[in-house]
Design a protein around this ligand. Structure first.
Ligand SMILES: Nc1nc2c(ncn2[C@@H]2O[C@H](COP(=O)(O)OP(=O)(O)O)[C@@H](O)[C@H]2O)c(=O)[nH]1
Ligand SMILES: [Mg+2]
Length: 346
């Protein structure tokens, strides 16, 4: 069965793109979105715009919640998946000269994921390496025809991202500690975005609204510095789960970036502030799986925040498993914020 997804070519249809370096948590974020919605955190709902997208979402959510497993790193998304975020929003309608009233309007927004097969691969020229990993090259008009200008899966994904109204960018501080390559990924993607979309901006920034999600908040390498620096508050939730006040997430992001001794996260921080309008950017401390809740004490234990265990298999292979229930933090909020800002109010 195919859901009646909105027409992608509709120029009034708003689109949101999800992106971030490989392993930053994109697929898990998507699975956790369904969990957040199913937990009743909002009246909005999410489904695929076709069978493949719905199946993918259902499988990933099942794997996360029931099997307590993260998406396999080797699973790359089939191209063209797209999800529909649907809900009510308030709009102001003009009824007569000088008079308007607030009405509820059903709204749909498309969500797409920039996920190159095997991770985005970049050639030495700084351009996406053509179909090196996907093994598939198509031509400009979508036909596999010799002679025309070649367009790789990666370039098509970048075209998609550039045409989005809102972007959710996932930044993984734990990855930055070990790999320090988020900036390279960010910078190259953003240059490609500028090339494709800067001209439609009315100011000096890129035209997109940007939600920066600092992922894996539950991880001790993220939670601990946030707590030490005094940004966490344990008084807002019944179970004592830490939260970071909305207005402080941007500052915390900068402080976390400052910890990067090789400076690449500092460049990333500066890059975001230079390229995206501060008025169109918001920061969120996010965790797809949430903090661990001790089942006996039913209270968050600061000494044991992490909802994930790392195990070594018989062959020495490292695996991670989710320990307790999945309680997403700030997974739905970025999407709801973007839905509210990228759509016209009347
Ligand atoms: N602690 C923690 N780890 C996460 C979370 N989300 C993802 N991860 C880890 O990050 C890895 C990569 O996530 P994935 O969603 O596959 O990243 P993608 O490559 O960007 O799609 C997973 O295998 C997990 O080990 C989270 O919310 N908390
Ligand atoms: Mg993935």
């Amino acid at each position: 069965m195919t859901f009646p997804g909105p027409e992608p070519q509709d120029r009034f249809q708003r689109r949101i793109g999800l992106w971030g370096a490989p392993q930053s948590g994109k697929t898990t974020y998507l699975a956790a979105l369904r969990v957040a919605i199913d937990r009743g955190e909002s009246d909005w709902w999410l489904y695929g715009s076709d069978d493949a997208s719905t199946d993918f979402l259902t499988d990933m959510t099942h794997q996360l919640v029931r099997l307590k497993q993260f998406p396999s790193a080797t699973v790359s998304l089939p191209p063209g998946l797209q999800w529909v975020f649907r809900g009510d929003r308030e709009v102001r309608r003009r009824i007569r000269l000088g008079l308007s009233r607030t009405e509820q309007e059903v709204t749909t927004i498309l969500l797409e994921l920039l996920d190159a097969p095997g991770g985005m691969f970049w050639g030495s020229s700084g351009r996406p390496a053509q179909a090196k990993l996907s093994g598939r090259v198509q031509f400009g008009d979508g036909r596999d025809e010799p002679g025309g200008p070649a367009v790789s899966d990666e370039e098509r994904l970048l075209d998609h991202l550039a045409s989005c109204d809102g972007l959710i960018y996932l930044f993984d501080p734990t990855r930055e500690r070990s790999r320090r390559d988020s900036y390279d990924y960010f910078q190259r993607t953003v240059l490609q975005l500028a090339q494709r979309s800067a001209e439609r901006s009315r100011d000096r920034y890129l035209p997109h609204h940007l939600a920066v999600c600092i992922t894996k908040f539950d991880h001790p390498h993220v939670y601990e510095p946030a707590r030490r620096l005094g940004y966490t508050d344990n008084t807002t939730r019944d179970e004592g789960f830490p939260t970071v006040p909305d207005g402080l997430a941007a500052e915390l992001f900068s402080r976390l970036c400052e910890h990067d001794v090789e400076n690449s996260a500092v460049l990333l921080d500066k890059g975001i502030r230079t390229l995206f309008s501060p008025a169109r950017t918001r920061y969120f401390m996010t965790s797809a799986v949430g903090f661990y809740l001790d089942p006996d004490l039913r209270r968050f234990q600061p000494a044991h925040p992490w909802n994930v265990i790392e195990e070594t298999g018989p062959g020495g292979e490292e695996t991670t498993r989710i320990l307790g229930a999945v309680r997403p933090i700030n997974v739905l909020e970025p999407l709801l914020w973007l839905a509210g800002t990228v759509l016209p109010r009347s």
